[in-house]
Design a protein around this ligand. Structure first.
Ligand SMILES: [Zn+2]
Length: 144
């Protein structure tokens, strides 16, 4: 090894384009984001939808779109496990990340049977109106 090796010339480890953690070798994503990217790919989300989800994650991290609760990314049995929520069932054009619990519990609230835009859905208004602490208590079964 040369004596005068300038270590500052070594390439820095590239960071994830989403969360800035160190990347997998040969990937632009860290292991966590690579897995989320894989999950979006197998669901065939269009680029526009994937970019919107990435923009949300870049801005806020892996938190629930509705409750802002941190999401579980590995433990698949967890009620906080990250799930993709379609605003309109089977429509990949608008998808947000939420927890399994929220996705399953409040599904009927967010998806009216008509074809109205879901931007003004009852579920979204519901989550905007009630404080997170009340919602968290409800999820844990605490009765007031
Ligand atoms: Zn990452």
């Amino acid at each position: 090894m040369p004596k005068n090796l300038d270590l500052t010339l070594q390439k820095p480890i590239p960071s994830c384009c989403i969360c800035t953690k160190p990347v997998n070798y040969g990937s632009k994503y860290c292991p966590t984001c690579a897995y989320i990217n894989y999950r979006m790919k197998i669901r065939r989300f269009p680029n526009k939808t994937r970019n919107a989800i990435w923009d949300f994650i870049k801005k806020y991290g892996y938190i629930c779109y509705y409750t802002k609760t941190p999401l579980e990314l590995k433990e698949i049995e967890s009620p906080w496990y990250l799930e993709f929520d379609h605003w309109i069932p089977c429509d990949n054009s608008k998808v947000v990340i939420t927890s399994r619990l929220i996705n399953q519990t409040f599904h009927p609230l967010r998806h009216p049977k008509n074809d109205q835009p879901v931007a003004s859905s009852a579920g979204t208004r519901f989550f905007q109106l009630i404080p997170n602490i009340v919602l968290t208590a409800m999820i844990h079964g605490i009765v007031f």
